[in-house]
Design a protein around this ligand. Structure first.
Ligand SMILES: Cc1cc2nc3c(=O)[nH]c(=O)nc-3n(C[C@H](O)[C@H](O)[C@H](O)COP(=O)(O)O)c2cc1C
Length: 190
């Protein structure tokens, strides 16, 4: 049986890529008229601790992209497990899609979600072309909150979910976990 897909088959490739489970974030910024613009984004990644950097990948057709590139700054808010409606709304092209999304402002005045698991206030450092997407490498200027015991929203196979269980911190102390993770690599990881 041939189990290899044709990588040029976008539907089949998308299906395979959907088997990589991710969290969900909301990327947001503001246009010159003062309107909040943004989109749901799963292709967010930690990039560097020193200097602090993250990256996101944005579809070329995104309405947010030109604003983000012109303004050269944006926020990323990591969604909690109850936020699938926010993800679906912000992940649509609906007009005024932030109207009913609870927002706050970061120190630089940018819009971010209220009470996310984590938020990052970023400035664009570099832009890399990536096929039908643009990869945005960004410096983290400000981030928070310091404490959070909420659970993440997950996106898998085109649907939303949550963590089935989490081990209490006492079972896997952070240092033990870091040691276990570093057993698989010669480099330090987050
Ligand atoms: C869970 C989820 C994850 C998404 N991840 C991304 C992503 O990583 N990059 C991207 O460009 N679009 C992503 N999208 C699609 C955009 O959110 C969607 O196309 C949105 O309508 C774009 O809005 P805009 O045109 O106002 O920027 C995602 C959508 C959902 C629902």
């Amino acid at each position: 049986m041939d189990t290899t897909i044709d990588a040029g088959d976008a539907v089949a490739l998308r299906g395979l890529l959907g088997r990589f489970c991710t969290g969900v974030t909301v990327v947001a910024t503001e246009n010159t008229a003062g309107d909040v613009v943004g989109f749901a984004c799963q292709s967010f990644s930690a990039l560097s601790l020193d200097p602090p950097m993250i990256l996101i990948s944005v579809m070329r057709t995104s309405n947010t992209l030109p604003v983000l590139l012109e303004r050269e700054e944006f926020t990323v808010s990591v969604l909690g497990e109850d936020a699938h409606e926010i993800s679906a709304t912000v992940g649509s092209r609906a007009a005024d899609k932030f109207a009913r999304v609870p927002l706050t402002r970061t120190g630089s005045g940018l819009p971010a979600l209220r009470d996310p698991l984590a938020w990052f206030d970023c400035s664009v450092a570099r832009v890399v072309e990536g096929g039908d997407h643009i990869v945005v490498l960004a410096d983290v200027r400000e981030a928070g909150p310091t404490e959070c015991d909420a659970r993440p929203l997950l996106y898998y196979n085109g649907g939303y979910g949550g963590l089935a269980r989490t081990e209490p911190a006492t079972v896997t102390p952070e240092r033990e976990l870091l040691t276990a993770m570093s057993a698989y690599t010669t480099d330090d990881w987050f």
